[in-house]
Design a protein around this ligand. Structure first.
Ligand code: FAD
Length: 627
């Protein structure tokens, strides 16, 4: 693990920024959060001259809310971003201070690699990586306006992005493509108690109104409003951790990155988490203070899967709720109480946390708050994450209605790849649901849209037994190198080595044949249900012992299903199709859905809500035979 000192990063970044020679880039990425940093690094890896513009350089890679990475579904995304040579997996290994694999009692397909992070170390790693990325310049500034052309008369409704304007009034900067990753900042408002103020995150101004206006008025995009919130940060010394249950990290920490064999923080130095629960007193305080809590009364939809304590109490009255007390860093004096996101006034927040025995004398360092922000309805994007009616404009992260660092990072990487390919006149690349969680995420967003903040779960992936965290490199690294161009040769070589070793092992298992008594002698703990003295291959041995491997019959079935879907995915539906005059038998409702979403392939159409199997057959006939 090597890292240039942070100080040198800041000096070099400001030097680069002040000597900005060019006013023209291939790709400009707006925002240095989890989507923006992956987008900028990926675009540069693909070969584009890239500029990352963000409001504050020292907040690049900031963890706005929880100090953790991964988990069930989210861990799969981190592994896939890593397999495509992204940053967050290696950053997690650098900054992790408590590693655990969630769901270990279930099958490996649904294991969730997760780590608590040291906030400062995470930022430090991301910033250093960006600095050492060739073809990438970082500039501190606020983007005020997008530059877009008027629609081409030949292609009505189609704009083209040409660059950005900064709020400081400097010369516009041109680019062939722009990736917007404004997170919770687009027309952001912060809420605490009965007060609200403009902001994207505590201490940070919102994104300019000009940007929202361009998206809404110039480009005519449908924009919605979502909300989320964060808990108060608690002074560690004021908490009686002996009253909570201790959860140490795994004794052998599992790194996120396929390039790492160990984590930076040694097992003996890792910090524990603690679990405690809410009490009836917590519920009482929530109910008594609802009238003082304007965030909870707003219409904007909040995150169902990471709800505030107010929403939990209102939805499940009379229940105890878990509260995890998580370390914020190796040297941090603070604890993060996961499960206690809240937006009531600060004095009420203090009263509430003191209703929990382990926190009966706790002090709050920073109160919890809520944020509401604009998002762009993601059905207006192509599977390359490009805005359908604006050439060269890509969106990624929270702006697309998702929540979470991992979802943002995954989209950022893919938008960065495609923005670079667009700028370099290379064809767009897609990831299918059959090969990755990133493909599932993007397909869900662009085909189905969102009505509430979207987060990843293993249950969203139909092919999750094949899309395991442990095989993300085999699924994606080779493609990332050979077809996409975002993977270094070093990582590619490593993936080829792993693939070849696995292939050798499989062949050995298929050819190795031994009689059952010999197997029993060599491996006394194994289970063999065959009759005496049968000759059994190594492969049969794995089957008898229920070892999860892609060769099992259900995997064979899944493979066939994957092949079928891959065929459908390849059947593209023209984007300029007029569904209302299509001479096939489709109901008005189906035509409206197809017209609104404009699925790019038959596979994507199949997954739209309200599209009947009969409609798919008619579409298939149309694609194959034109009738
Ligand atoms: P962000 O990380 O928000 O980054 C956006 C970046 O864009 C920032 O660096 C900002 O400075 C920059 N920027 C914005 N506008 C401009 C502009 N015009 N010019 C230049 N730069 C600009 N996630 C969960 O999973 N669970 C939670 O419970 C949760 N709670 C949250 C609570 C709060 C209060 C906040 C703020 C966030 C919360 N999140 C939560 C969300 C999590 O932080 C995001 O999902 C994740 O950070 C999104 O990444 P992003 O890259 O899309 O945006």
């Amino acid at each position: 693990f090597h890292l240039p000192p942070l100080q040198s990063f800041l000096v070099q970044v400001s030097r680069r920024a002040s000597h900005l020679a060019r006013q023209q880039y291939d790709v400009i990425v707006v925002g240095g959060g989890h989507a923006g940093t992956e987008a900028a690094a990926a675009a540069a890896r693909v070969g584009a001259e890239t500029l990352l513009v963000t409001q504050k350089i020292h907040t690049i890679g900031a963890l706005s809310c929880n100090p953790s990475l991964g988990g069930v579904g989210k861990g799969q995304l981190v592994k896939e971003v890593d397999a495509l040579d992204g940053l967050c997996g290696r950053a997690g290994d650098w900054a992790g201070i408590h590693f655990s694999i969630l769901n270990r009692r279930k099958g490996p397909a649904v294991w969730g690699p997760r780590a608590q992070l040291d906030r400062q170390l995470y930022r430090e790693f991301i910033q250093s990586e960006l600095l050492s990325t060739p073809r990438l310049t970082v500039l501190e500034g606020s983007v005020e306006e997008l530059l877009v052309t008027e629609p081409d008369p030949e292609e009505p409704g189609h704009h083209r992005v040409t660059g950005i304007c900064l709020a400081n009034g400097s010369q516009p900067i041109s680019a062939s493509s722009v990736v917007l990753t404004t997170g919770t900042f687009l027309s952001g408002s912060l809420f605490m108690g009965q007060t609200s103020s403009p902001g994207g995150r505590i201490g940070d101004a919102p994104s300019s109104a000009g940007l929202s206006q361009t998206l809404r008025e110039r480009l005519g995009l449908r924009i919605g409003r979502l909300r989320t919130g964060t808990p108060p940060r608690i002074v560690k010394d004021s908490v009686d951790l002996s009253l909570a249950e201790l959860f140490p990290s795994d004794s052998t920490p599992t790194p996120f990155s396929f390039l790492n064999t160990h984590t930076r923080c040694k097992p003996e130095d890792q910090l524990p988490c603690h679990l405690t629960h809410t009490t009836p007193g917590v519920e009482r305080v929530v109910m008594e203070s609802l009238h003082l809590n304007c965030h909870i009364q707003e219409d904007a939809k909040g995150p169902r899967y990471c709800p505030s304590i107010e929403s939990r109490v209102l939805r499940f009255p009379g229940r105890q709720h878990q509260v995890w007390l998580e370390p914020e860093g190796l040297t941090s004096d603070l604890l993060y109480p996961q499960g206690l996101s809240m937006t009531m006034p600060p004095d009420v927040q203090l009263r509430l946390i003191r209703e929990i025995p382990a926190m009966h004398r706790a002090e709050i360092h920073t109160p919890g708050y809520g944020v509401q922000y604009d998002f762009v309805c993601p059905t207006q994007l192509s599977p390359a994450l490009q805005v359908k009616n604006t050439q060269g404009l890509f969106l990624a992260g929270q702006i697309n209605g998702t929540t979470g660092y991992e979802e943002a990072a995954a989209q950022g990487l893919w938008a960065g790849v495609n923005a670079a390919r667009w700028a370099l006149s290379l064809p767009a690349v897609m990831l299918s649901r059959t090969e990755s969680y990133i493909g599932v995420l993007i397909d869900d967003l662009v085909s189905r849209g969102v009505t509430e903040p979207y987060r990843m779960f293993t249950s969203r992936a139909e092919f999750r037994t094949s899309l395991r965290p442990d095989n993300a490199d085999l699924r994606l690294t080779l493609k990332g190198f050979e077809e996409v161009g975002c993977v270094s040769s070093l990582r590619h070589q490593e993936a080829v080595r792993v693939r070849d070793s696995l292939q050798d092992a499989l062949e050995a298992l298929q050819t190795l044949t031994v009689s059952t008594p010999t197997w029993r002698k060599k491996l006394p703990n194994i289970h063999i249900s065959e009759a005496k003295n049968t000759i059994v291959t190594g492969m049969n041995m794995l089957q008898y012992n229920d070892v999860s491997f892609e060769i099992w019959p259900h995997c064979d079935l899944q493979k066939k299903e994957i092949e079928r879907i891959q065929k459908e995915e390849k059947m593209s539906l023209p984007q300029d199709i007029d569904y209302f005059s299509l001479p096939v038998s489709l109901s008005q409702e189906v035509r409206e859905i197809l017209d609104r979403v404009r699925p790019s392939t038959l596979g994507a159409a199949t997954r739209l809500q309200g599209i009947t199997p009969a409609a798919i057959v008619h579409l298939l006939n149309y694609v194959l035979h034109g009738n």
